[in-house]
Ligand binder design. Structure first.
Ligand SMILES: Nc1nc2c(ncn2[C@@H]2O[C@H](COP(=O)(O)OP(=O)(O)OP(=O)(O)O)[C@@H](O)[C@H]2O)c(=O)[nH]1
Ligand SMILES: [Mg+2]
Ligand SMILES: [Zn+2]
Length: 312
């Protein structure tokens, strides 16, 4: 570290994107500064509030010296089974689905569960509503999400449909766009934030090849208020799981029905007097949502067998 770095006063800022030991920090005046992390122990993600100092460090103009405690964390399990934070200090998750690539609604259910566990508001955006197959492929799913209380919006970058409604939902929130690769998250950023050019897959056929266009999470300021994080698309998303008994809190309609189960510790698998099973049989809880719930309970049980600490 040079002399200037040692004497410079620490300043507050927020990480708008990060890659390895490098991060772009936005200061109070909305200037963006290329920073490096001080020391090996620090790590930051998009949305982190940090302290930094001006410093000439090999191509970077600042040095991040401290990460402020996070109010919220959205995390995922990486391929090595370790929790990895995707973004910090979010208030809302926007799950983007589309008719193309082939929709994976189980993935959307897992994102919504992760939002519940992380204490984030959540909504569902069905993009590419201009495609003729959109309503047939996504209509029922969207109605299902609306019925359990998630705001839903049809959107299209082609027709700009839904843009105002989404902008209204994003106002006063720090939101993240999540979903499969190719559903059009970056396209929605470009629609909502004129002038920025989030990289979008050029050839529409490429959406089916499973290539990921956005490689790091980046935060954008919305002209109508609010901040929006564009995240790299996924083929799969596994949230870090709570103990098996707490999985139901990620599925609001299941948690609501569960108060009437005969047994207080009912897991809604096949216990007698299960109000959740009754609600499913009566068509009030979707079979797919139950399957998503069961899948996560199975995974959480597997984890707690391997690590009894996990059982709490
Ligand atoms: N017909 C139609 N195509 C769209 C719409 N939105 C995006 N696309 C196309 O879908 C493809 C993927 O869009 P992206 O915005 O790159 O998708 P993404 O979700 O950001 O993908 P990743 O960054 O890989 O996660 C591009 O070819 C877009 O032109 C839409 O509303 N309608
Ligand atoms: Mg993208
Ligand atoms: Zn039950």
């Amino acid at each position: 570290m040079n002399l200037k770095a040692q004497t410079a006063p620490a300043r507050e800022g927020r990480v708008v994107s990060s890659h390895g030991r490098d991060a772009v920090v936005e200061d109070a005046k909305r200037h963006r500064i290329h920073c490096r992390l001080q020391g090996r122990r620090l790590s930051v993600v998009c949305g982190d509030n940090v302290r930094w100092i001006e410093a000439d460090t090999e191509g970077a103009a600042g040095l991040i010296t401290e990460v402020r405690p996070r109010r919220t964390e959205l995390a995922r399990m990486n391929s090595r089974g370790k929790a990895e934070v995707v973004a910090a200090n979010l208030t809302q998750l926007v799950s983007v689905i589309a008719p193309l690539p082939a929709p994976d609604l189980g993935l959307c259910d897992r994102y919504l569960a992760a939002a519940e566990w992380a204490g984030l508001r959540a909504c569902v955006v069905a993009n590419k509503s201009d495609l003729p197959e959109a309503r047939a492929l996504l209509g029922d799913a969207l109605d299902g999400y609306a019925a359990i209380g998630y705001p839903v919006v049809w959107a299209s970058k082609r027709t700009a449909g839904g843009a105002q409604e989404i902008a209204l939902r994003l106002k006063d929130e720090i939101s993240v766009l999540v979903g499969q690769s190719g559903v059009g998250k970056s396209s929605l950023i470009n629609l909502l934030v004129p002038g920025v050019e989030a990289t979008v897959q050029e050839i529409s056929r490429a959406a089916e090849t499973g290539q990921h266009t956005t490689s790091v999470a980046s935060l954008y300021l919305l002209p109508s208020g609010g901040d929006l994080v564009d995240s790299p698309g996924v083929r799969d998303f596994a949230p870090p799981l709570p103990p098996p008994r707490e999985i139901a809190s990620g599925f609001r309609e299941i948690a609501r029905a569960a108060v009437s189960c005969r047994f207080k510790d009912c897991m809604h698998l096949r216990e007698p007097g299960c109000a959740v099973a009754a609600a499913k049989d009566a068509g009030k809880i979707l079979a797919r949502r139950m399957a998503s719930y069961r899948q996560l309970v199975g995974q959480a049980e597997e984890l707690s067998r391997r690590d009894p600490q996990f059982r709490r």
